[in-house]
Design a protein around this ligand. Structure first.
Ligand code: ITT
Length: 190
């Protein structure tokens, strides 16, 4: 069993990483040391800055992941500000911002960028999941904006799915698929 150190304070992300990687023979351990999330224009930049900070204190290979929800009707908001907006406005606040937006104008996508720092070299793996913002909160699972996000091809919100169902469709699951491919073959990523 190979160990992967995941630098995250988010137990929802950690549980999803374990559900995805555990059956593939990887033991995911959490590092809660964190890193400053600088105000950057893209998830990739946030992740790269995070790696810079963590590489200074950890003496081993590690991953971290930056994710966000991009809502078309809000011109991509909350995007790189998703963690802050989730803490302050929450799902209810997001639904209020979307008040009056018709069904066909509620498109949104989740994006996740995994940064893997391996022996001084950085690799990025990106996953995207398209969907829409529902008109009410549904489901008790998951975390963050899961109760209001319905992935394309399903009628259920992420919070109504079990971890494996969410991982099969989600931005994080897709980013981890590429990461695992890289670990197996030593290729892809950028
Ligand atoms: P880290 O310690 O890993 O940075 P975090 O919660 O601060 O944890 P991010 O900076 O990546 O993580 O913030 C992204 C926010 O976007 C997160 O807090 C959620 O509110 C939301 N989010 C990201 N992925 C999500 C998912 O799969 N389901 C629901 N909400 C998600």
């Amino acid at each position: 069993m190979r160990t992967i150190v995941f630098v995250t304070g988010n137990t929802g992300k950690l549980a999803e990483a374990r559900a995805k990687l555990g059956p593939l023979g990887f033991d995911v351990t959490q590092d809660k040391g964190g890193y400053p999330e600088l105000q950057c224009d893209s998830l990739e930049e946030v992740a790269k800055e995070g790696v810079r900070a963590v590489a200074g204190r950890l003496d081993c290979d590690f991953i971290l992941e930056d994710a966000g929800l991009f809502v078309d009707a809000l011109h991509g908001f909350p995007g790189v500000y998703s963690a802050y907006v989730n803490k302050t406005l929450g799902c209810e606040g997001l639904l209020k911002l979307m008040d009056g937006t018709p069904e066909n104008g509620r498109a949104a996508r989740f994006e996740a960028v995994i940064a893997y720092y391996e022996k001084g070299t950085l690799k990025l793996f990106k996953g995207v999941c398209h969907g829409r913002i529902s008109d009410s909160m549904r489901g008790g699972g998951g975390f963050g904006f899961d109760p209001v996000f319905v992935p394309t091809g399903d009628d259920r919100s992420f919070a109504e799915m079990c971890k494996n169902e969410k991982n099969a469709a989600s931005h994080r699951g897709r980013a981890f698929d590429q990461f695992v491919e890289y670990l197996k073959n030593g290729q892809s990523g950028h």
